[in-house]
Design a protein around this ligand. Structure first.
Ligand code: HEC
Ligand code: HEC
Ligand code: HEC
Length: 114
């Protein structure tokens, strides 16, 4: 009885291990999605397009944003008002230190395009 249970636990552990291996391979092959545009708020100075490609620089890894900052699903983030400027979203890096700032008048148009 106990023996059977133990074998079962081992089998489950092996299956989980295989699953991680498979997931690891598919993560490595996972391409970043195409550019997309956020829903534009009423007072927004222009549409903001997010490019994964332009973020795959300076050793930025997927985990810099996923899942700490953003879900891996378009339209999940709170884009109401200036929520995206906060350090819980784009403002985490666009703070004038890690990258250009959301509060620099010269850089509004780097994100907000007419
Ligand atoms: C600089 C931040 C950032 C990095 C780094 C990043 N992503 Fe994303 N990703 C986002 C944002 C923002 C969204 C959209 C989330 C939302 O709308 O709530 C997103 C969405 C996604 C989606 C969902 C697309 C869809 O159509 O729903 C996938 C898949 C994804 N990312 C994969 C990746 C992979 C793979 C990497 C690494 C190669 C990566 N991301 C790196 C910010 C990032
Ligand atoms: C790093 C990218 C980025 C920068 C830089 C940036 N923004 Fe934004 N901002 C966003 C995103 C993303 C949204 C949400 C989408 C939208 O409303 O267009 C947003 C939303 C806004 C909104 C709220 C719109 C609404 O009615 O809900 C205003 C106002 C705004 N930004 C003004 C500015 C101004 C002014 C600057 C420059 C001082 C600036 N932004 C710089 C990304 C940025
Ligand atoms: C993990 C940090 C990080 C986060 C989070 C992040 N960015 Fe960036 N972003 C960068 C870095 C680094 C660059 C490269 C430019 C640089 O070196 O300053 C960049 C570049 C950009 C560019 C300029 C592309 C070009 O050269 O024209 C835009 C636009 C941009 N980000 C928008 C956004 C928006 C919108 C969000 C939120 C949805 C966001 N970023 C979130 C780090 C980040």
């Amino acid at each position: 009885m106990l023996k059977g249970k133990r074998a079962g636990v081992l089998l489950v552990a092996a299956a989980v291990g295989l699953w991680f291996l498979a997931a690891g391979i598919s993560m490595a092959e996972l391409k970043s999605p195409a550019d997309f545009t956020f829903e534009q708020g009423k007072t927004s100075p222009g549409k903001v397009t997010f490019s994964h490609g332009k973020h795959m620089v300076n050793d930025i890894k997927c985990t810099a944003c996923h899942f700490r900052v953003f879900k891996m699903k378009k339209g999940s983030a709170d884009t109401s008002g200036e929520a995206m400027h906060n350090n819980t979203a784009c403002g985490l890096c666009h703070d004038g230190k890690k990258s250009f700032s959301v509060s620099d008048e010269n850089d509004c148009a780097t994100c907000h395009r007419k």
